[in-house]
Design a protein around this ligand. Sequence first.
Ligand code: 3HC
Length: 311
Amino acid sequence: SEASKLAAFDALIAENQRIEPSDWMPEAYRKTLVRQMSQHAHSEIIGMQPEGNWITRAPSLKRKAILMAKVQDEAGHGLYLYSATETLGITRDEMLDQLHTGKAKYSSIFNYLAPSWADMGSIGWLVDGAAIANQVPLCRASYGPYGRAMVRICKEESFHQRQGFEILLALMNGTEAQQRMAQESVDRWYAPALMMFGPPDAESPNSQQSMAWKIKRFSNDDLRQRFVDMIVPQAEFLGVTLPDPDLRWNEDRGHYDFGELDWDEFYAVLRGSGQANALRLAKRRAAHDEGAWVREAARAYAERAASSERL
Ligand code: 3HC
């Protein structure tokens, strides 16, 4: 009966067991996983654009090679996550259609422009740093394919974060102009990176259920706090100032206090009126159209290979 299937599912979750594609699961569990995992995949694919735009303008062959490797990694992360989401009964075409028609969300952070080379440092250090803080707990997500995809992704993310930190370190050890470029970039990326963790817990409609199902292991605010505590000493080491006058150590809490974030800006970006929403989607749709011939060729080849086997 439905009741006994639900009891078995709840027991698996209670014992920290994995739910696998062939297991029975509540429809709402499947739906919230499709929502989060597809949006996570979209984030990786759209996330390729800010850095992709800098590959031809990287200041050295070393930086160009690193950036190419990072962008390729993001593409791979997107494919792992799309494949993991397909195990829940949605097709790749349906997910891409949701992205291309603006129905699906992707991480707010990629709707910010990256006008300066130092942004490649800030994105690596802050954006991938935040992504790691968010993704490490997801390695223990109750849905098997999602947790396992995260393990591989987290390994590659730590290289992304380190190379970004190193770009900023090189700039801060450079000329006055380079130091100013690094600081100006950190000024732009600090607050949007904190907003990547999602709205405050009190305004997070999905968190409670997502935590009950052990998809989300820590709340948005907990992870955000953990991230701030991590980047303050790193900023001091770099010699950059985090643009937050309210940032200060709170002995009683054992954490850093930090300033209010601009949630009006966050929701405006989610509604599509960020700096780069239209640009990112237009680029994505164009890439999809330009890639149609590759998909067509792969399909034709697969059909011919299948028919020759039948002969
Ligand atoms: N950007 C866009 N939408 C966001 C958001 C953000 N930063 N934070 C929250 N939202 C959306 C949620 O998707 C939800 O909308 P929906 O119900 O239509 O999906 C709404 O705002 C309310 O937020 P909730 O806190 O209730 O939603 P969640 O419980 O899903 O928590 C989350 C939000 C923490 C982002 C969670 O979805 C999550 O952990 N997702 C996976 C992590 C992820 O997407 N990371 C992307 C990082 S960037 C990246 O990976 C590329 C990097 O490698 C460079």
